[in-house]
Write a protein that binds this ligand. Sequence first.
Ligand code: GTP
Ligand code: ZN
Length: 366
Amino acid sequence: MEEDDDCPELVPILDNKGPTSKIPVTIITGYLGAGKTTLLNYILTEQHNKRIAVILNEFGEGSALEKSLAVSQAGELYEEWLELRNGCLCCSVKDNGLKAIENLMEKKGKFDYILLETTGLADPGAVASMFWVDAELGSDVYLDGVVTVIDAKYGMQHLTEKKPEGLMNEAARQIALADLLMINKVDLVTVEELTQLRETVKSINGLVRILETQRSKVDLSQVLDLHSFDITDGVRLAEKLKLVKSTQPHLDKSILTVTFEVPGSISEDRLNDFIQNLLWEKTFKNKAGLAMHVIRLKGILCVQGKLRRMILQGVHELYELDETPETWVDGEPRVNRLVFIGRNLDEDILRKEFIATVSNGEGGEK
Ligand SMILES: Nc1nc2c(ncn2[C@@H]2O[C@H](COP(=O)(O)OP(=O)(O)OP(=O)(O)O)[C@@H](O)[C@H]2O)c(=O)[nH]1
Ligand SMILES: [Zn+2]
């Protein structure tokens, strides 16, 4: 530095706040009757500092194609009707939902937060992907996190429901995608039942934070502003990923979590090859010969030629690889840590495939 005075060093603010900042969207999902609407109502009545818009995707079969968009501010509710052409949120919210949000913002001023409740049978991954892509395209909103509400009493039953060959259990998929999981209606179960459900849920998603609730009552700071898809906070994610362990299946053909750490720095091109083979081509198979299917993916990586840690985020077939603000410190061991949640995953095979792909050619294993 040339100047040597008392001026404090300027630190760039990556998470820009202020009037132009983007609005977080939290997706609230969970099986039929788990307590999603109860959670929304709780948030709307408890939260008085934020202007919250709520999008509901509840509809009776083949009935109303109009959805209400409710906005609360200090207990006051405003409503706007959304016209959903085919009742399918992921196909129509893009044109209509975001449009309605914009219309409402024009009329009522900006919101601070958007909550979106999906139907009990929806794949939150499709909705999450949409908001994630949209943020990339310069939309006013960004995806903050997926909150899954699970029924303490019937959750286990939903998880063990047999699905026709090839179809994924929706309840399990909703858990796999969750950044925060609320086991609700704890008043209806015994301690043993609760423990069993908690263990099953953890066996699916080894990354998720679990809260136990009654009437969806929860400390809002634990639900909102999770920043689960942000690419800036590498330190927090690295610490979190270190604590994750691979899980064992509890249920037949279940979704589970696999994690591993591989030392060394890797080539970015080969890393992309690995991710694309896994997410797009689905070339990796487990011992039974079934293709691995990843639902959620996170990683902190050491990439050749990059001074900073790289962060990897993925949902279904979408992924994003980006630099964090944190540089690798001298003498610190260079490691790549990855966490995968999905179906037919095998830790040994996936690790071997990773090493084989990223170290194929020069460099690589020590
Ligand atoms: N006993 C008990 N009942 C609850 C609890 N939380 C919610 N309920 C009830 O469970 C029912 C379903 O709750 P909702 O909030 O409508 O569930 P939902 O997930 O929005 O349901 P769908 O939108 O139909 O999928 C309601 O009758 C709630 O009053 C709880 O903690 N304990
Ligand atoms: Zn759709």
